[in-house]
Design a protein around this ligand. Structure first.
Ligand code: SF4
Length: 232
């Protein structure tokens, strides 16, 4: 018998070993997420993919699909929870969308739009983190980092370089660069590394490409992030 779960009442097949997120993506069902990426092992840190499974909340990106699960995804309660998480991410960093090179291509911004975010709700309380523009081709603005660890995983698991790590806790949490100077220029990072274009926000950017795509033609100008399942 085919293995399946239901998501918001829709029957969704899955293969043994798949997570709820993998089953949902294969069925073209969008579950909001930022730290999840299909190429990498799940991290389960952003909590945007929180769904309700048989009455209990859990992260869809790490929770295994099991026959008969009743999963709730698009409910007012869960989307309110996700909205508060996105609002917390915005106040914990310096996310000035209109001035950011990533605007229109940013998954944080697109997810905020998708969840209907109209204000930040919480007071801003981030501290200023170092901007690293030492690399000839890349720039790192830690103030836009949401600690998704995608660059950490991409550098370690695909590039085999282990250039990034998250350090510190609370307001002191920040992205560190593994190099003699602690900066990107002597880290061994290259422009065509997988880690160089994996960042969902404008924290890690390839230089001289900002604003090259005009408004109206950027990734999320003409469709919502919920319609962009192929890349997620
Ligand atoms: Fe994620 Fe970007 Fe921060 Fe790396 S720099 S942890 S990819 S937000």
């Amino acid at each position: 018998m085919e293995q399946h779960i239901t998501i918001d009442g829709v029957i969704v097949p899955f293969k043994p070993g798949e997570t709820i997120m993998q089953a949902a993506s294969a069925a073209n069902i969008y579950i909001p997420h930022l730290c999840h990426h299909p190429e990498f092992k799940p991290h389960g840190s952003c909590k945007l993919c929180t769904v309700n499974v048989n009455g209990r909340n859990c992260s869809a990106c790490t929770f295994p699909a099991e026959f008969g699960q009743q999963v709730l995804n698009q409910t007012d309660e869960l989307n309110k929870l996700r909205l508060r998480i996105i609002q917390m991410l915005f106040v914990e960093g310096n996310h000035l969308c209109p001035a950011c090179e990533k605007s229109g291509n940013c998954k944080l911004q697109a997810t905020a739009y998708q969840l209907g975010m109209l204000d930040s709700h919480f007071p801003h309380f981030y501290k200023a983190h170092e901007v690293d523009s030492s690399h000839p081709d890349l720039m790192l603005d830690r103030n836009r980092c949401i600690f998704c660890t995608l660059c950490v995983r991409a550098s370690r698991d695909v590039d085999g370089k282990e250039i990034f790590e998250i350090s510190g806790r609370g307001i002191n949490k920040h992205l560190v660069v593994n190099s003699p100077s602690g900066k990107l220029h002597d880290s061994g990072m290259e422009m065509d590394d997988r880690a160089a274009d994996i960042c969902p926000t404008g924290a890690l950017l390839v230089k001289r490409q900002g604003f090259s795509v005009p408004i109206g033609k950027r990734t999320f100008d003409n469709h919502e992030i919920s319609e962009d399942l192929d890349e997620q």
